[in-house]
Design a protein around this ligand. Structure first.
Ligand code: COA
Length: 142
């Protein structure tokens, strides 16, 4: 099994997967997020298929200093079989090939269930606060 850049015919399935795994939020437009990452020069969205069905995704990018991973998702019925690890390893490899030396990710405080998963993959808690500010004035998805 291999993680490859999503093809256009998989975009809708990727968004369905993000919805099914609770990754979409009212203030994020997943289609805009996906297209921006896919079309960006330093980002992509990887996917993994089984029998033609998209079963896992991860968005990965490099901001010029660090790598970041977003939208890691494994189809609920396929979880627990190594796909999450495979996707994270594919993201790490993508970043290594572009010269990144460190990768970051954010976990929502409401998503405690995944902390053990990232612990097992060697992702340590960083001694930083993540702060955010909307740049479109009113906090609405762009
Ligand atoms: C988090 C997620 C991607 C994990 O995918 P997965 O395919 O189930 O994980 P894997 O089967 O690859 O698990 C890899 C290892 O982590 C362990 N693991 C998986 N989920 C775990 C959890 N919640 N707590 C502790 N360990 C966990 C597995 O037992 C496995 O250990 P092993 O390699 O020693 O056997 C998946 O649960 C998911 O899509 N969750 C919903 C979306 C989400 O929350 N994404 C992350 C946003 S930050």
């Amino acid at each position: 099994m291999e993680a490859l850049t999503l093809t256009e015919d998989q975009y809708r399935d990727a968004i369905s997967l993000w919805e099914a795994t609770g990754l979409t939020l009212p203030w994020n437009d997943p289609t805009a997020d996906l297209l921006r990452a896919i079309n960006g020069e330093s980002s992509t969205v990887l996917g993994c298929t089984m029998h033609g069905d998209l079963v896992a995704t991860a968005m990965v990018g490099h901001d010029g200093h660090r790598g970041w991973v977003y939208y890691l998702a494994v189809a609920p019925q396929k979880q627990g079989h190594g796909l999450g690890r495979l996707m994270m390893e594919a993201c790490e490899q993508w970043l290594i090939e572009r010269g990144a030396v460190k990768v970051h990710l954010m976990i929502r405080t409401t998503n405690e269930a995944v902390i053990g998963f990232y612990d097992g993959l060697g992702y340590e808690l960083s001694d930083v606060q993540v702060r955010a500010k909307w740049l479109n004035g009113d906090g609405e998805a762009s």
